[in-house]
Design a protein around this ligand. Structure first.
Ligand code: AMP
Length: 480
């Protein structure tokens, strides 16, 4: 096959396939006798899928914010001594995987600052597209930045506007007028917990309650783990303030257009979460059912790329009547830390991670379901493995459309150069990954799958229609 449109086929094939998750945020205002740091720790565990690079918790203790953050997974960053140190009445937490910001300790969150208005801690999920422009302006005025992430730009703006505002919500509203992009925020100040969702509602954020205590979290699964009740989603453009008087909502107006990231339903969010009225599990199941209708195939067994393709595979099986089986076993202990210095080791890495169940697949015509093809590395390797293990045919079905455009809002969908579908046709991709046939879910079908959703969606990674203008230097600073 010819190289074309500047895409390096070897780059696609040899890409590590290492794609990064984004961030998860959590906050709790205690009105009972809960150990807020411990509850935050448990909930961050439930949000770990949203970021595995660093974790942190900040608490309000009297009028002082205590915090601990470091590189690593939640259980690596915290232990009993640290949790016991973090005593307080309000807590916020964060898990992070950078999208474009470098991965070092200074970028771990929550970020904690002291300003004229007092101390503030911030945890951010999302990505500002005009962070570079604002940062340049602030630096010209003498501002100092300690990290390379855009969340510090948000804090800087809030602290400046707070000087000339009568309330913190007024300062936040002024900040919201300056920044563009995606942001679901939790902020902690002595006596107050604040949640903010950007006007487009690109990243999820919800409100829960545990006894009399309020919670704000990226996903509802973080409420379930501590036995809290889901109250509602934070609305796009809404600021929620929780203090001793209860919950106050400030609606800043969003112009009516909402753009929740459709990739939350495809890949990011946990299937047991509900976002803006739609169950992630049902959405993935529905995607599998529609895929079976759009791209039927004569086969013996439906299997999934674990774990990302499992729910859609179950839907495909139900709709097609082809039985579902476990064709690949995933070793859960091979994680993000596996070092892959060269191609040979990477191949071993995939074999360590996935192993075909020979007794299940030998001699069979398989339908292999995954939620997405980005660079195509994963599907190519899995199909090769299945064929080596004796599969007669492998028909690849993907429960989302071809990913053709990069994401500027916090999902690590790389530049167009690395996106296989931005340069190759479906037939060419089929040939590259060695599948007997290949079918993607249509965008029209996909957008129907979050059943009951009360919002619009951003599907720019598929159609290039971004909900806002993207400056040339977007993504230079990023929280993830
Ligand atoms: P690729 O090998 O580059 O085609 O990546 C596709 C695989 O990565 C699929 O199994 C997806 O479930 C998974 N995936 C898709 N998007 C992401 C992402 N942003 N971060 C991590 N994994 C992803």
């Amino acid at each position: 096959m010819q190289l074309k449109k500047g895409i390096d086929k070897m780059q696609l094939i040899q890409g590590t396939g290492k794609l990064h998750e984004e961030c998860g945020v959590f906050g709790i205002y205690n009105n009972d006798s809960h150990d807020v740091a411990r509850l935050t720790y448990y909930s961050l565990y439930a949000l770990q899928h949203r970021g595995q690079e660093s974790a942190g918790i900040a608490v309000n203790n009297g009028n002082t914010i205590l915090y601990h953050k470091d590189m690593g997974l939640v259980p690596e960053v915290f232990n009993e001594v640290v949790i016991n140190y973090l005593k307080g009445d309000i807590a916020i937490g964060h898990v992070r995987y950078s999208t474009t910001g470098e991965s070092f300790r200074e970028n771990a969150q929550p970020m904690v600052i002291k300003c004229r208005g007092g101390q503030i801690a911030l945890a951010h999920n999302g990505n500002l597209v005009n962070a570079a422009e604002i940062r340049n302006r602030l630096e010209e005025e003498g501002a100092i930045f300690q990290s390379t992430n855009d969340s510090e730009v948000i804090l800087n703006l809030i602290s400046r506007y707070w000087i000339s505002s009568s309330t913190i919500e007024e300062a936040i509203q002024k900040m919201m007028k300056d920044v563009r992009g995606s942001y679901s925020l939790v902020l902690l100040m002595p006596g107050v917990l604040i949640g903010v969702r950007d006007p487009f509602g690109i990243r999820p954020l919800c409100i829960g309650k545990l006894d009399n205590s309020y919670i704000i979290a990226s996903e509802s699964c973080a409420l379930d783990v501590i036995g809290a009740e889901f109250i509602r989603d934070v609305e796009p453009g809404e600021i929620v303030l929780i203090d001793k008087n209860g919950l106050k909502s400030v609606k800043t107006g969003n112009g009516g257009k909402t753009s929740l990231c459709i990739f939350e339903f495809i890949y990011f969010a946990r299937p047991d979460s509900t976002i803006d009225g739609a169950s992630v599990h049902i959405s993935r199941y529905e995607a599998g059912r529609l895929l079976a209708r759009e791209h039927p195939v004569d086969a013996d067994l439906v299997i999934a790329a674990p774990d990302s393709g499992v729910t859609a595979a179950m839907g495909f099986s139900a709709e097609s009547g082809i039985p579902y089986g476990q064709g690949l076993l995933k070793n859960r202990y091979v994680g993000r830390t596996f070092i892959q210095p060269d191609q040979g080791q990477r191949e071993i890495g995939v074999m360590l991670k996935f192993n075909p169940m020979k007794s299940v697949i030998r001699g069979k015509r398989l339908v292999m379901i995954d939620d997405s093809i980005v660079r195509s590395t994963t599907s190519r390797r899995i199909i090769q493995m299945l064929k080596n293990a004796g599969a007669k045919e492998v028909h690849m079905r993907v429960s989302s459309p071809p990913v053709k455009y990069p994401c500027y809002f916090g999902v690590d969908i790389p530049s167009r150069k690395q996106l296989v579908a931005s340069a190759y046709s479906v037939e060419e991709i089929r040939e590259m990954i060695g599948a007997d046939s290949l079918g993607y879910l249509s965008l029209e079908g996909l957008l129907k799958t979050p059943l009951g959703a009360k919002c619009g969606f951003c599907s720019a990674c598929f159609d290039g229609k971004y909900p806002m203008e993207i400056p040339a230097d977007a993504g230079k600073f990023s929280c993830g």
